[in-house]
Ligand binder design. Structure first.
Ligand code: FAD
Length: 386
């Protein structure tokens, strides 16, 4: 088994880095302050084919794998985690590609790949459990379609999305999660859909995150993704990929913070030496670099396994858990290496530190990741359905 990237994968990584280094630095801090989505950069990233690379060529994408998507993600988040959010404009469309009808794929995927439309994904209950078995959005079958009611807090792109993939409870009397939920495509402009964007977020402030409510939203049958009752399995497949993306985000955030620390250690002088002269700083930098390398190879493996059709939810959860926790620790340590300057908003370490916290919560929290990992060896008999 090898860990070397192919020439094509190295080229993709380098192209993503060049794009990010050219486009992000000038606007990143400003859009973070204003909490503004980078529309122009998103358009350019789509034109150059960086967004939704997993979308098959028949539907306007590059038809690449999870690993390639992750390589781009790492490079974008390395340069600026806030701007990396432009990649999330296709977040959730994987469920249309994997479970949708040919008509749904042809209608929804090409505009996302071209940068004409943005999608959001509303999956979990806002009642505090983080499990879809407690989803608070309900779909009722009525005449020739469905009526949807409920709300979802914290939806990425919620306030700017042209459409949503929404996972609802469609059969509340059924206790089997693999029959209880269904996934739908809901237009952002459908009557009864309302989004309110959150202000004053801690991190990833250029990403729009909103509370989305669905009030008597009427959908035709053709908006159901796959079969009625297949929502849970579609979501599980999607979450597996999403966890590996998050792991690549964490690798990028940590690497970007390390880049800043190395530069600072060479430049900042104390007691007559650059601070990189002191052993205390060597140890910190060496430990950070070692953790990042471990995280990177874990996501390479988890992403490659998905691309080889051997999805492994334990490994994906491990990759996400480690990357999220490492990025939180690394960004805190990089602030320490910067001393007083690390505490100031004029430099980037504090922004990377804030952005890293997002990764510990997005999709399942790191605590839930631990539950998935433990369940893989303790079994459902002891731990129940997660
Ligand atoms: C910035 C941001 C963006 C998001 N984007 C999206 C999105 O695009 N689409 C979407 O559907 N969702 C999104 N989410 C929602 C996210 O998926 C949930 O916030 C997350 O799953 C946690 O759920 P919760 O907020 O209800 O926390 P809770 O479930 O209330 O958890 C609170 C705390 O209790 C712990 N906890 C809960 N249950 C257990 C348990 N069984 N065992 C151990 N500990 C437990 C949690 O780990 C956490 O520490 C986003 C969230 C944020 C913050």
């Amino acid at each position: 088994m090898g860990f070397d990237l192919t020439n094509e994968q190295n080229d993709i990584k380098q192209a993503a880095r060049q794009f990010a280094e050219k486009e992000f630095p000038e606007v990143g801090r400003d859009l973070d302050t204003k909490e503004e989505f980078p529309r122009e950069i998103w358009k350019k990233a789509c034109e150059l084919g960086f967004v939704g690379v997993f979308i098959q060529q028949d539907y306007g994408g590059a038809g690449l794998g999870t690993l390639e998507n992750c390589l781009i993600t790492e490079e974008f988040y390395r340069v600026d985690p806030g701007m990396g959010s432009v990649l999330l404009t296709s977040y959730g469309s994987e469920m249309i590609q994997s479970g949708g009808s040919e008509d749904q794929r042809r209608k929804y995927l090409p505009p996302i790949a071209r940068g004409e439309q943005i999608i959001g994904m509303a999956s979990k209950g806002s009642n505090g459990t983080g499990e879809i078995s407690n989803a608070t959005i309900e779909a009722k079958r009525e005449n020739d379609g469905y009526v949807i009611n409920g709300e979802k807090t914290f939806v990425v792109n919620g306030g700017i999305a042209d459409s949503f993939v929404v996972v609802c409870t469609s059969n509340p009397g059924n206790y089997d999660p693999f029959e209880k939920h269904s996934a739908f495509i809901v237009g952002g402009d459908c009557e009864g859909v309302q989004a309110r964007s959150y202000r004053n977020k801690l991190g990833v402030r250029a990403t729009d995150i909103a509370r989305v409510t669905f009030e008597n939203v009427r959908l035709p049958l053709e908006n159901l993704i796959g079969k009625e009752g297949s929502g849970h399995s579609l979501l599980k497949q999607f979450l597996l990929r999403a966890k590996v993306y998050i792991s690549a985000m964490g690798t990028g955030v940590s690497q970007g913070a390390l880049d800043q620390a190395i530069k600072f250690a060479k430049m900042r002088h104390a007691f007559g030496h650059p601070i990189g002269f002191f052993q205390g700083i060597h140890f910190k930098l060496a430990e950070i670099a070692t953790s990042i390398e471990a995280v990177r190879y874990l996501y390479y493996k988890a992403g490659s396994e998905i691309d080889q059709n051997k999805p492994n939810s334990k490994l994906a959860s491990m990759a996400k858990l480690l990357a999220a926790e490492v990025s939180a620790q690394v960004t805190a340590e990089v602030i320490q290496i910067h001393g007083g300057y690390g505490y100031m908003k004029d430099l980037d370490p504090e922004r990377f530190y804030r952005d890293a916290q997002f990764l510990r919560i997005l999709e399942e929290t790191t605590e839930m990741d631990k539950a998935v990992i433990a369940k893989s060896f303790l079994g459902a008999g002891i731990m129940g359905q997660i």
